[in-house]
Design a protein around this ligand. Structure first.
Ligand SMILES: Cc1ncc(COP(=O)(O)O)c(C=O)c1O
Length: 467
């Protein structure tokens, strides 16, 4: 494809994306595709000779779009959001266009320096501890996902606790990790990958609000230590996936600090709320954390993938992950004056993800981002109010931000039926969880273009389905 052809087809693709933005609300939110239906439309063998680009693009509409669940629909209320925006998509496109690798500072200085700068901005924007700035002992890096951040945090915790011997000698089977019964499954995945073993992950009790009980955490850590085990890592959550519960960071932080346990804070979705000073109390005590992550790819208008990972002491992370083969040696690295982000995560290669985050922050401005976050919270709180007022429904958990967990009083089957009915209509999409062993429906407000009419429409559809 020559640059001239690229220009022509590129315009067509941008037009297609803009059309998609305009029409996304009209698609059935959850794809009605049956298993195998998409593959049935694809030829068994790849083409021997190249095809016209126009034909390829036409097949996107014919084959791909019907098989999409429309995460960018304003009627998408499922899971947690994975929202996007024009500036973010354009930043990502430029990143693809430049096609650079940012594993070392020297392989593209701008890729590293824009990232470091934007991560420093994020410290101020979210009210994170100033020691996490690149000018302090800590620092931030963009990872693909919160799952990767949690794994890196656990690896650094493991090495710090074992004097960096586990990397060389392997595990001795004594290391333990802790999270609440409500923590995301990525913590268990990290424990498996890091070699601790699922049995060494202790699930801590939660209180009535589904938040981790710091007293149970301290009891379990002390018990394990007395039994000859070595507690190394705890993960607290700001906004659990199931019900948006807020673990008490200050109390948990004190427990961890007194016992030398690495505290990782997973704020994947709800961390974005800290853009607004009035929500920062939800992360009170964050200065006790050894590491932290938030996903702009969930609620900060930055398309997947973009997870911001911060550490309080970068030396532990770098020492854990750094290997410098001859073929990567260069003067800048040897001078010690630059950051080489390859040492801050698992892959060697890395995309220029900071571009899209930089575009988003500059396009909206911090005040603009706050406006949208506040609006989503306000819409969710309005929905929670309607639930509370209705005699057949109740809230199933506190709703501190933009997720509302609720249920019809008619029992699990009735709630599942309501969910199937509204999702089956194609007009909206919500998901469920179980709280205290009972089904609860989850309405998560966070798509970029969701407005009051969509949330009100969702409530009306739910009430009608219940009837
Ligand atoms: C609290 C929490 N942590 C981690 C994750 C995993 O996110 P990622 O897909 O970025 O790994 C999620 C996903 O919803 C989440 O809600």
């Amino acid at each position: 494809m020559t640059p001239a052809e690229f220009r022509r087809h590129g315009r067509a693709v941008i037009d297609r994306i803009a059309d998609y933005m305009e029409e996304v609300e009209r698609y059935p939110v959850m794809s009605p595709s049956a298993p195998g239906a998409i593959r049935d439309m694809l030829p068994a063998h790849p083409p021997e000779t190249g095809e016209e680009f126009d034909r390829i693009l036409a097949d996107v509409d014919r084959i791909v779009v019907p098989g999409l669940t429309h995460w960018q629909s304003p009627n998408f209320f499922a899971y947690f959001p994975a929202n996007a925006s024009g500036p973010s998509i354009l930043g990502d496109l430029l990143s693809s266009g430049f096609g650079v690798q940012g594993m070392l500072w020297s392989t593209s200085p701008a890729c590293t320096e824009v990232e470091t700068h934007v991560m420093d901005w994020m410290v101020g924007m979210l009210g994170l501890p100033e020691t996490w700035l690149s000018s302090g002992p800590g620092g931030g890096v963009i990872q693909d996902t919160a799952s990767s951040s949690t794994l890196c945090a656990l690896l650094a915790a493991r090495e710090r606790a074992t004097g960096f011997k586990t990397n060389a000698e392997g595990l001795d089977g004594r290391l333990t990790a802790y999270c609440s019964t409500q923590a995301h499954s990525s913590v268990e995945k990290a424990v498996r990958i890091a070699g601790l073993g699922t049995k060494k992950l202790k699930h801590i009790d939660v209180d009535d609000t589904f938040a981790m009980r710091a007293d149970d955490l301290s009891r379990r850590i002390d018990q394990d230590r007395a039994a000859g085990l070595e507690p190394v890592f705890a993960c607290a959550t700001v906004g659990t996936t199931s019900s948006n519960a807020m673990d008490p960071l200050r109390e948990i932080g004190e427990v961890c600090r007194e016992r030398g346990v690495w505290l990782h804070v997973d704020a994947a979705m709800s961390g974005t709320a800290a853009l607004c000073p009035e929500f920062r109390h939800l992360q009170d005590g964050l200065e006790h954390a050894d590491s932290y992550c938030v996903n702009p790819h969930k609620w900060m208008f930055t398309n997947f993938d973009c997870d911001c990972f911060f550490v309080a002491d970068r030396s532990a992370l770098i020492r854990t992950l750094s290997i410098l083969p001859e073929y990567l040696k260069n003067q800048a690295t040897e001078s010690g004056a630059v950051i080489d982000y390859r040492d801050w995560h698992i892959p060697l290669g890395r995309r220029f993800r900071a571009l899209k985050l930089w575009f988003v922050i500059r396009h909206y401005g911090v005040e603009g981002l706050r406006y949208h976050v506040r609006r989503h919270v306000e819409l969710a709180q309005g929905f929670a109010g309607w639930v509370e007022e209705h005699e057949d429904f109740e809230l199933a958990a506190p709703a501190p931000l933009n997720l509302v967990c609720f249920r019809h009083l008619g029992g699990d089957e009735r709630n599942r039926a309501i969910m199937d009915r509204v999702n089956g209509s194609g007009e909206m999409f919500l998901t469920h969880t179980k709280l205290h062993g009972r089904v609860a429906l989850r309405l998560s407000v966070g798509q970029t273009w969701t407005e009051e009419e969509h949330v009100r429409g969702a409530w009306e559809k739910i009430v009608k389905a219940a009837r």
